[in-house]
Design a binder for this molecule. Structure first.
Ligand code: SAM
Ligand code: SF4
Length: 363
């Protein structure tokens, strides 16, 4: 009897020890390679990363003249960003866009571009892109291309030097045009982003279209969104792009296309130029039903909608969470991603829809 009990106890210990030895870390319930599908059935395949909230410009629709930036100690290291990217890629994310603030003002940013760029491959990341104001592009374009980047979005709201200085409050048009030329010369495909503002640059939409298409670039027109306190009256400058599209149609033949770049823009081909013009219309046409993206801030909060406050804290999961915490946070994100935003711009609600500036969430 004694021997039987002793044997049973030893067997129980053995089973427990083996279980501990071969146990997986405390993984999230859905696992490390489960695709990211939110509670509305949308597959999340696109991650935008704000690598810094700082910028060398102060565009009037984006920032106020005096901004308080995030403390540097709170900002994710490149290693942390790469760990997060790797978790997303393992769960089916195919596109990563680096943005900001101005991504090219973060020190040593090329090291991060190279690291993420090395994940591009048939089984890994499909594409790494960047949105930039172009101010630092002349010196960085070649290295971006060498690191595997093939497409860039460059923000350009005007071709008039004086107006450019007024809109950006800091920038020099000449420097940005030089950056654009360099990027095109090294073989980066370019799309220009133009925030269309009534009474500010709405007389330049046709010239911008000719400029872009004449160089083989796409053009995307964006409606101003009510994010953060800034320097202009958003009600007066708000320009519904539907109106702009009608104006373009009077001069050009716009042919609907199914061209998509993984973003919310709808594109037309302009028969006369052969180029593409896109319209991002968050205000006048809600595009949330096809949303495929989430946005990581420079300090590691994963925002699940540009226009809502729902988020999960990936920095806390990484730094304090232990094994499996990052994947569990991604599962939680899928559970709480909102159905959509409810931006409104009208005279009864002049205040921003969100206190958070676009430069924090990453436009
Ligand atoms: N600094 C880079 C740039 O300007 O391209 C990347 C970050 S910026 C926040 C990304 C995009 O957001 C830019 O094309 C910019 O024009 C746009 N943007 C910023 N604030 C906006 C707002 N309130 N409404 C609409 N677009 C905005
Ligand atoms: Fe800077 Fe881009 Fe915002 Fe302009 S739009 S202030 S360039 S982050």
């Amino acid at each position: 009897m004694f021997w039987r009990e002793l044997f049973a106890a030893a067997a129980t210990d053995y089973v427990r020890d083996m279980t501990l030895l071969f146990a997986q870390p405390d993984l999230s319930p859905r696992g490390r390679s489960a695709p990211l599908i939110d509670s509305f059935g949308r597959a999340i395949t696109y991650l935008r990363i704000s690598v810094t909230d700082r910028c060398d410009f102060r565009c009037v629709y984006c920032m106020s003249e005096h901004m308080t930036f995030l403390p540097r100690k709170d900002v994710l290291s490149f290693e942390e960003i790469d760990t997060i990217v790797s978790a997303f890629v393992a769960r089916g994310v195919k596109r990563v866009r680096l943005t900001g603030g101005e991504p090219l003002v973060r020190r040593d940013i090329l090291a991060l571009v190279k690291q993420i760029g090395s994940r591009i491959g048939p089984e890994g990341l499909g594409e790494l892109t960047m949105t930039t104001n172009g101010s630092q592009l002349a010196q960085h374009a070649e290295a971006l291309h060498a690191a595997g980047m093939r497409r860039l979005n460059i923000s350009l709201d005007t071709l008039d030097p004086k107006r450019f200085a007024e809109i950006t409050r800091r920038g020099r048009l000449e420097q940005v045009l030089e950056g654009i030329d360099r990027a095109a010369a090294v073989g980066l495909r370019i799309k220009l982003n133009m925030v269309a503002m009534r009474g500010v640059n709405d007389d330049e939409i046709e010239p911008m279209l000719e400029f872009a298409h004449g160089r083989g670039f796409g053009l995307t027109l964006i409606e101003g969104m009510p994010l953060g306190e800034v320097g202009i009256d958003r009600v007066d400058t708000y320009l519904p792009l539907k109106e702009m599209r009608e104006r373009l149609k009077a001069r050009y033949t716009l042919e609907a296309t199914d061209h998509r770049t993984g973003g919310p823009a709808r594109y037309d081909r302009v028969a006369e130029t052969g180029g593409i013009v896109g319209f991002i219309t968050p205000m006048s046409h809600n595009f949330c039903e096809s949303c495929n993206r989430v946005r990581l801030t420079a300090t590691g909060q994963l925002y699940l909608c540009l226009g809502q406050d729902s988020m999960v804290d990936l920095r806390a999961a990484l730094r304090d969470g232990g094994p499996g915490a990052l994947d569990a946070a991604l599962d939680q994100a899928m559970r709480i991603k909102p159905k959509g935003h409810d931006f409104v711009i009208d005279r009864g609600r002049p205040e921003p829809a969100l206190a958070r500036h676009m430069s924090v969430t990453g436009g």
